[in-house]
Design a protein. Structure first.
Length: 416
């Protein structure tokens, strides 16, 4: 656990120091570079962590034997097969493969934050690790969580109403994991206002699906996803406790209550409000069919964009900060009439005092977000999320003991 908490400390403490206190592009870029290194080292050097850790070694070895022309025969989607094949051109080492995948996956996420998150980049990275838990998901279900990260780029273009770019990124994500195709119809519905009419419609549809899910899924699995029969598949018959939906509910509620303010920042934020609501619905479905929790990752990952925007609602606007700085400089100007200086100091003091409540609300919002981050992270720890917790193992630990522990606890899952 120590390794995980060091990772978190880097994200939060350095985030506040480098992205909150007199931020600039150089400090922000340096912060993201440090986060990239930390995230990649922790996930890339892990050993035996995640249910599918060994499975991907097996997949890597199978794929490396195929020519590029035969990659459609690989046991994974073609986009991911190409990545594995390219890695295999440089190394056949399984540990190097996991490290390379980690570098690629986290690199795509950090690049997204650098390009598309204007302020509060540390909150975006914090959400990736501690709230959506997408980072830890990549320790296990690498393809699906990588596809979710790629889909972030699609979400940006959905917010901007640019269909060509949106569909292109969805298809790229689907080439890594086909479940990303769930995003395609959302180009139409995700921009609808979330009001009592749409809430009623969504609620009725959700309850209807929940009540008749077995019958609906029986029909669907006749023609697609035939391995996921709702009466026999482990992923369909398993379910989650309702407590798993608590954090998604908190996020959805916050997004809905702040909808007006979020839309003032950017009308495209209605997409993020809707995604927060969809995420909660899918977690609610997971109390009956576990598989829907895996689909929710395409919505939960949007908190990388949503959380910095929520905090921006309470941030003092740049115009006010500029005015405050101008008043301060005027009040401290040397060689001016004492009476004039007194008036300027009074103006500065009064305006600074008027921003006191705004500062308090902003700091409270940061504290509350950090609390929710830790709440989400602690919940992941308590549920041994994707078999990532409680203990971290690296390639430098005793691998034979780890293999024996994994086999004893989870059955024969070693593919070597």
């Amino acid at each position: 656990m120590t390794v995980y908490f060091i990772n978190i400390a880097i994200i939060l403490i350095l985030g506040i120091l480098m992205c909150e206190i007199k931020p600039n592009k150089i400090k922000t870029s340096a912060y993201l570079a440090i986060c990239y290194a930390s995230l990649t080292l922790v996930s890339g050097l892990r050993y035996g962590i995640g249910f599918d850790y060994y499975s991907y070694i097996n997949v890597f070895r199978q794929t490396s034997k195929l020519s590029f022309a035969k990659l459609l025969d690989a046991p994974v989607e073609p986009g991911f097969a190409i990545i594995l094949k390219i890695i295999s051109l440089f190394t056949d080492n399984a540990y190097a493969m996991h490290f390379a995948l980690s570098a690629i996956v986290n690199g795509v996420l950090i690049l997204f934050v650098l390009l598309y998150v204007k302020r509060g980049q540390w909150l975006a990275v914090g959400s990736y690790v501690m709230l959506s838990l997408n980072y830890y998901g990549t320790f296990n279900l690498i393809r699906q969580y990588f596809a979710a990260i790629i889909s972030l780029y699609a979400i940006v273009y959905l917010m901007r109403r640019k269909p060509v770019q949106f569909f292109a990124f969805v298809l790229v994500a689907a080439s890594v994991h086909k479940t990303a195709l769930i995003l395609l119809p959302l180009y139409i519905v995700a921009s609808l206002d979330l009001n009592w009419k749409t809430l009623t419609l969504y609620g009725t549809a959700a309850l209807g699906f929940y009540a008749f899910s077995i019958e609906i899924l029986k029909f669907v699995t006749k023609y697609a996803f035939k391995d996921y029969n709702p009466e026999t598949s482990m992923y369909m018959t398993m379910n989650l406790s309702l407590i798993f939906a608590v954090i998604p509910f908190i996020v959805a509620l916050a997004a809905y209550l702040l909808k007006g303010s979020l839309l003032k920042l950017d009308k495209g934020n209605i997409v993020l409000v809707n995604f927060a609501f969809y995420n909660f619905i899918f977690y609610f479905f997971a109390t009956k069919h576990y598989i829907t929790e895996r689909l929710s990752t395409y919505f939960f990952i949007s908190t990388v964009l949503l959380i910095p925007q929520i905090v921006d609602v309470f941030r003092i606007d740049e115009g006010s900060l500029k005015k405050l700085e101008e008043l301060k400089l005027a009040a401290n100007e040397k060689g001016i009439n004492p009476t004039l200086q007194k008036k300027r100091m009074q103006s500065y003091t009064e305006f600074n005092e008027s921003l006191k409540d705004s500062r308090s609300f902003y700091r409270f919002s940061l504290a509350l977000i950090i609390f929710v981050f830790f709440l989400g992270h602690q919940f992941a720890v308590s549920t041994t999320y994707h078999r990532v917790f409680p203990k971290y193992y690296s390639i430098f630990d005793n691998q034979q003991q780890i293999d024996e522990m994994v086999n004893k606890t989870y059955g024969s899952v070693i593919y070597k």
